[in-house]
Write a protein that binds this ligand. Structure first.
Ligand SMILES: Cc1cc2nc3c(=O)[nH]c(=O)nc-3n(C[C@H](O)[C@H](O)[C@H](O)COP(=O)(O)O)c2cc1C
Length: 349
């Protein structure tokens, strides 16, 4: 079990924040598939404090996915503290600060990965957020800004010194993006010096790699990003492997039920038309490695409505199984409840 501050998680596996990916439908699927903690995509602290409606949409969540970690980014301690109050009010069980994002639009404002070049700002932000944050606080960092400038250990010391409850390290440099390999040695070094839990992240693409990261680095938790896209069952597979059980891949019928559920949740969140567009991307991942998947994905181009997409999916899966079992359009979706958060201005209207 992994404990972050006062929060006891059901296991040591964490779904990584991924912008454009880890919205509430994705997180709910990951949670049902066994993740101990799920994280929102990064949310702009400035957007929250300025009451931008679009930014508030990132806070849509469901009680079933809790505990929920909400990741915020920004470069101004005061704004970050205000954003913390907003996300806690909206139901965050953990507040996570992004100190690793390499996106140009983020680093040019001095936020995300740019903070790794500004230790005083790191101190200022974490101290201000800590004061405003009644729930556990975590910080996610990279190795440093660019190769030759490793600051992860010093930064982790500052993070712990300022009262954060855990640190997550994705050991690549900001300028590297996703190229090269994650340097797990840095996770080991941070673990060796820290009293707070250390969460390792980077290149866990299959269940054996998750166990290897834990064993080799001694980290307390493992965060998984790309390895869970279209492959949410990785969480249960890891937990099975840890217990000495053979990890199993879901039957086709289970896989298609998950795809459909994902689609339904997306449609409820963003409407059918947009969900169809977003789902096309996910289908690439969900059907990766299955027979004739590229032909099937090609057949999706141009489809904009839910029913046509479901019919196409049904016929693909029937081709795969060679059976006339229940089409996915007839399977039951699980009940869930969704909380959407209005901007403060919206509520005051
Ligand atoms: C599409 C995408 C979006 C991401 N968005 C975020 C983000 O919003 N916040 C963040 O801290 N990291 C973000 N990341 C980085 C991941 O959280 C993670 O650190 C990285 O993918 C390495 O882990 P992995 O090898 O398990 O994928 C993103 C990664 C991807 C692929």
């Amino acid at each position: 079990m992994l404990e972050i501050g006062t929060l006891k998680l059901k296991n040591w596996l964490i779904m990584a924040p991924m912008s454009g990916i880890t919205n509430f439908p994705f997180r709910l699927i990951a949670k049902r598939a066994g993740a101990g903690l799920v994280t929102t995509e990064m949310v702009s602290a400035m957007g929250l404090t300025r009451n931008h409606e679009r930014t508030f949409r990132y806070l849509s969540s469901s009680p079933e996915e809790r505990p929920l970690s909400v990741q915020i980014f920004g470069s101004d301690p005061h704004v970050m503290a205000m954003a913390t109050e907003i996300v806690v009010e909206a139901g965050a069980d953990i507040v996570d600060i992004n100190m690793g994002c390499p996106a140009r639009k983020v680093v040019k404002t001095g936020a995300g990965g740019a903070l790794l070049r500004a230790p005083d700002k790191v101190k200022g932000i974490i101290s201000a957020v800590r004061k405003a944050c009644p729930v556990p606080l975590t910080v996610k960092i990279r190795s440093g800004w660019s190769p030759g400038q490793t600051v992860a250990c010093e930064t982790a010391r500052i993070i712990e010194g300022c009262g954060a409850d855990a640190v997550t390290i994705h050991p690549r440099f900001v300028t590297q993006g996703f190229s090269g390999n994650a340097d797990w040695e840095i996770i080991s070094k941070i673990k060796a010096q820290s009293r707070i839990p250390v969460i390792g992240n980077g290149d866990v693409s299959d269940p054996p790699r998750a166990l290897a990261m834990k064993r080799e680095t001694g980290c307390d938790g493992v965060m998984i990003g790309r390895g869970a896209i279209g492959n949410p069952w990785i969480f249960k597979q890891i937990l099975d492997l840890e217990k000495g059980l053979e990890p199993t891949t879901p039957e086709l019928s289970e896989r298609k039920a998950i795809i459909l559920e994902h689609f339904r949740l997306l449609s409820d969140l963003m409407g059918e038309k947009r969900a169809s567009k977003v789902m096309r991307g996910f289908l690439l991942w969900y059907t990766k490695g299955l027979p004739h998947s590229s032909r099937f994905r090609g057949s999706f181009t141009g489809i904009k409505d839910f029913n046509t997409m479901i019919t196409a999916m049904d016929s693909y899966f029937i081709t795969l199984t060679g059976s006339s079992e229940i089409p996915i359009s007839k399977t039951n979706s699980m009940d869930y409840q969704i909380f959407q958060h209005e901007t403060r201005a919206g509520r005051e209207r």
